[in-house]
Design a protein around this ligand. Sequence first.
Ligand code: NAG
Ligand code: NAG
Ligand code: NAG
Length: 189
Amino acid sequence: MAARLVSVSVPFLLLLLLLAVLAGSRAALASAGTVEQICAKATSGGSHSGLAPFCVASLQAAPGSAGADARGLAAIATNLTLANYTAAVATIKELQKRGGWSAPQRDALATCRTRYIEALNVVHSAVHALATGRLQDYAADMGVVGKAATDCEDAFGAVNSGGRSPLRKVDEDAVNLTTVAALIVRSLK
Ligand SMILES: *[C@@H]1O[C@H](CO)[C@@H](O)[C@H](O)[C@H]1NC(C)=O
Ligand SMILES: *[C@@H]1O[C@H](CO)[C@@H](O)[C@H](O)[C@H]1NC(C)=O
Ligand SMILES: *[C@@H]1O[C@H](CO)[C@@H](O)[C@H](O)[C@H]1NC(C)=O
């Protein structure tokens, strides 16, 4: 009878132990910081708190972001910036192909295309700087990257006398993503 009790309860205890270990590792994962916590920390204490919802929405949509620590999210945000600038160049090319633009608008589109292509090279450099821990180089690169999108918007601002540029959303996404990535990296120090 005693022997039978032991044979039943040992596997049961092992199961309990396994469940306890699993629960512990889940807790550890959660305490590493959620996307919300990392975005809140990165955007706090400056003029960037308005970016927190954008930070959360864009990063939560990215594969691998759940359970990533700040360092991992910094890499994900920088890669998202690279993808965004690549997509922006494609969008600009499509707009140029579609045609129907005035001469000044064509000039503005050409300026945007040049700026975004230049910026793509610099995002590549930023990805490398982050991977090798050169955080000052990274910050300088991302400053140049964000400026390209602002320059594009400004090129249209002059043409459309303050009206909406056809690249407004593209430019805003680009600036916001670049800023979010740079803020997360800054929060690592
Ligand atoms: C960019 O971020 C600002 C907050 O800083 C927000 O108001 C704006 O809607 C965002 N732009 C886009 C395209 O999501
Ligand atoms: C750029 O990033 C923003 C924010 O993640 C996203 O909403 C948008 O769809 C991206 N744009 C392109 C063209 O991929
Ligand atoms: C970011 O992109 C690089 C280069 O494509 C890749 O090696 C790396 O795994 C990516 N990192 C993340 C976190 O997605």
